[in-house]
Design a protein around this ligand. Structure first.
Ligand code: FES
Ligand code: FES
Length: 212
């Protein structure tokens, strides 16, 4: 490089200098990340909800979905993120007795709500009857969709019990039955890429006490 009397720097010198500057700039950030406490987010808002029977109060960025709250803030990773767009059902949880796609719902909308995730349905020692039926009927392969399928299946049987109609009922005023067609229709929002559908239907029929 030409020497103009004031600046004399080789190409290698520029690169080394830039790298040193970048490292110096990032050092405080790295140090911050090592700490357990981060500066408070001025935009954060509080929300209180009950998750699997336990009262939880969180301070969250208002844009945080219920799914991310469960997984990233409460470390309940049983609820899965599939599409993150309301199309696969992997993130299904039960809110006040009704199933929802938690990726489509902001946590702040759930002030005072009661949320049940797969972790709240049963434990490895004491499975929920639907979990036990999924095991008995091989209602999964990779298992990624399974928490959402099970939460949905539990809520579906409850919907039928409460007489909530579905699209496949010819008579919307008639009491719905836990038939194979009825359960398949109601489970249509839960996608299984492994195609374990017939075994999932068998597991549900088993719990409902009927045939798929
Ligand atoms: Fe929510 Fe797919 S992750 S519907
Ligand atoms: Fe693999 Fe359903 S068991 S996606």
């Amino acid at each position: 490089m030409a020497d103009n009397g004031q600046v004399s720097m080789s190409r290698r010198g520029v690169i080394v200098g830039s790298a040193a500057t970048a490292m110096a700039a990032s050092a405080p950030l790295d140090a911050q990340m090592g700490k357990t406490t981060m500066p408070p987010d001025p935009a954060a808002m509080n929300v209180a909800m009950k998750v699997n029977g336990k009262p939880r109060t969180l301070s969250l960025d208002p844009r945080t979905t219920l799914l991310d709250t469960l997984r990233e803030h409460l470390h309940l990773t049983g609820t899965k993120k599939g599409c993150d767009h309301g199309q696969c059902g992997a993130c299904t949880v039960i809110v006040n007795g009704e199933r929802i796609n938690s990726c489509l719902s902001l946590a702040l909308q759930h002030e005072g709500d009661s949320i049940t995730t797969i972790e709240g349905l049963g434990t490895p020692e004491k499975l929920h009857p639907m979990q036990a039926a999924f095991v008995r009927h091989d209602g999964y392969q990779c298992g990624y969709c399974t928490p959402g399928q099970i939460c949905s299946a539990v809520a579906v049987l409850d919907e039928i019990k409460r007489g909530i109609p579905s699209h496949v009922q010819a008579d919307l005023t008639a009491r719905p039955q836990a038939s194979g067609a009825e359960m398949r229709e109601r489970m249509s929002g839960n996608i299984c890429r492994c195609g374990a559908y017939s075994n999932i239907a068998d597991a549900m029929a088993d719990v409902a006490g009927g045939k798929a």
